[in-house]
Design a protein around this ligand. Structure first.
Ligand SMILES: Cc1cc2nc3c(=O)[nH]c(=O)nc-3n(C[C@H](O)[C@H](O)[C@H](O)COP(=O)(O)OP(=O)(O)OC[C@H]3O[C@@H](n4cnc5c(N)ncnc54)[C@H](O)[C@@H]3O)c2cc1C
Length: 429
């Protein structure tokens, strides 16, 4: 049962809300964490393919760069609670972690659920209740300046009053996890601006049947560039994969924010995949010449086997329109050039992107200009705190997004813990 009044109410039990609730602990305050789903942190539990890429080993400055211009806003939060603080924190809660490729930290158990369970245990020790299936449908301040929270709970609407509230209801990605963007309208009712939202870290759709023909193939150590007419917009090195209707994988997800943005004003965006980024055109040509000279009697198909993953060979033969059985000594300079160009600049057209249903994060959200980065308190309404993905912060893949949710949740929680409320504030004045 919900009480009719709490000092502190936190809306949404994802990573930001769980952290904010623990850090808001103050023996003088009554606190409740409201979660509309039947479980805490459903998105957290499926993060990192169920293993949870908790954070990243990277140093502060390059970590901040992973959030683009919005990184500046996180500087103070990270100065208070950063990657190694988080690892220590989780370890102390009984969740040991391990470091993997790319500086990425995971749960040692490979079970993201362990983190949600550890937070639940901690909250229970602190006697901070989590009200499950408590769906916040409205939030406003009454004439005395107290928050009134409308909650659908146990089949009826309950009105709960609070002295301070934190919105940690997440973005719009993977709505089945409970993140349906309701925090935006709650913040808007206090005058907050919502920066246009869009799916980010999302697979993109490509023209034709290329992706379909090689679906399931993962490419490591390739470089993908985005082009605007003849100008290279950006380029990223790493891992990608082909799916039935398009492409995904770490570098594509990271590039998706730019691609989604560009698709707003055009039908398609050209990208090029460099399958041999370690060799420039000249070095690659020398390698092809050497292969041909050393294996004159072998077929073109055999040479492709030494250059490409098996799944791509037939595709290359079709695109190049070169007879697969042609002996290498008959390959012309022009054919060799076409092969080199396809290896270095494999073209694809991005024609769309998946919806929020498949978006790892949401770009946009509550404007950072209206949030105090030192406290995470709203600049428009006192005692209203905002943290996690609901604010206009989103980063690359690699553990960055969860870190920002945990760090901003930490800061909001600490601010609420130290906030002088009601009688306390009155006595102090
Ligand atoms: C498939 C997937 C994999 C991911 N993997 C990683 C990863 O490995 N590493 C990484 O850094 N990031 C990852 N992310 C991103 C990361 O999970 C999110 O950025 C993070 O969960 C955001 O935390 P949050 O607490 O702000 O919001 P959320 O996790 O979205 O939690 C918000 C909570 O609020 C609740 N809620 C919403 N509205 C209401 C309401 N009206 N009333 C009550 N409760 C409400 C929701 O039910 C939800 O539980 C992944 C995301 C997805 C979708």
């Amino acid at each position: 049962m919900l009480e009719s009044h709490y000092n502190t109410v936190i809306i949404g039990a994802g990573p930001a809300g769980l952290m904010a609730a623990v850090e808001a602990y103050n023996p003088k305050h009554s606190i409740v964490l409201l979660e509309k789903m039947h479980k805490t942190g459903i998105k957290l539990r499926i993060s990192g393919k169920g293993r949870c890429n908790i954070t990243n080993e990277e140093g502060l400055q390059s970590f901040l760069n992973r959030f683009g211009k919005k990184g500046r806003f996180l500087k103070y939060a990270f100065s208070q609670f950063f990657n190694h603080d988080l690892l220590k924190y989780l370890n102390e809660m009984g969740v040991p972690t391990k470091l993997e490729r790319g500086g990425r930290y995971f749960c040692e158990s490979d079970r993201a659920t362990d983190i949600a369970v550890a937070f639940e245990k901690k909250l229970s020790e602190l006697k901070i209740p989590i009200a499950m299936k408590a769906h916040v449908t409205g939030l406003y301040k009454n004439d005395e300046g107290r928050f009134v929270i409308e909650v659908q709970h146990g089949g009826r609407q309950v009105l709960v009053q609070a002295d301070q509230v934190c919105i940690t209801s997440g973005g719009l990605g993977y709505p089945a996890t409970g993140s349906t963007g309701e925090g935006y309208s709650m913040a808007q009712s206090f005058g907050h601006t919502i920066v246009d939202t869009a799916p980010s870290l999302v697979p993109v759709l490509t023209a034709g049947d290329i992706a379909k023909r090689i679906q399931g193939l993962s490419l490591r150590n390739v470089s993908v560039s985005i082009w605007d007419e003849n100008k290279k917009v950006t380029e990223l090195f790493g891992e990608m994969m082909f799916m039935r209707k398009g492409i995904s994988g770490p570098i594509i997800l990271t590039l998706s924010e730019i691609l989604v943005n560009m698709l707003g004003s055009r039908q398609e965006v050209n990208i090029k995949i460099d399958l041999k980024p370690a060799l420039d055109h000249k070095k690659l040509d020398l390698r092809l010449l050497r292969e041909i000279a050393e294996n004159k009697k072998q077929t073109f198909r055999t040479m492709l086997k030494s250059l490409l993953p098996l799944k791509m060979i037939d595709l290359f033969i079709d695109l190049l329109k070169i007879d697969a059985e042609k002996p290498l000594h008959q390959i012309t300079a022009e054919e060799r050039k076409r092969l080199r160009m396809l290896l270095k600049e494999f073209p694809m057209q991005v024609i769309g992107h998946d919806s929020y249903d498949r978006a790892i994060v949401t770009s946009g959200g509550i404007s950072l200009k209206e949030i105090n980065p030192i406290t995470m308190e709203s600049g428009l309404s006192s005692n209203l705190f905002l943290a996690g993905e609901v604010i206009d912060v989103n980063g690359e893949t690699g553990g960055y997004n969860l870190t920002s949710s945990w760090s901003t949740g930490f800061l909001a929680g600490r601010s609420m813990r130290n906030n002088k409320l009601g009688v306390e504030r009155y006595l102090e004045n």
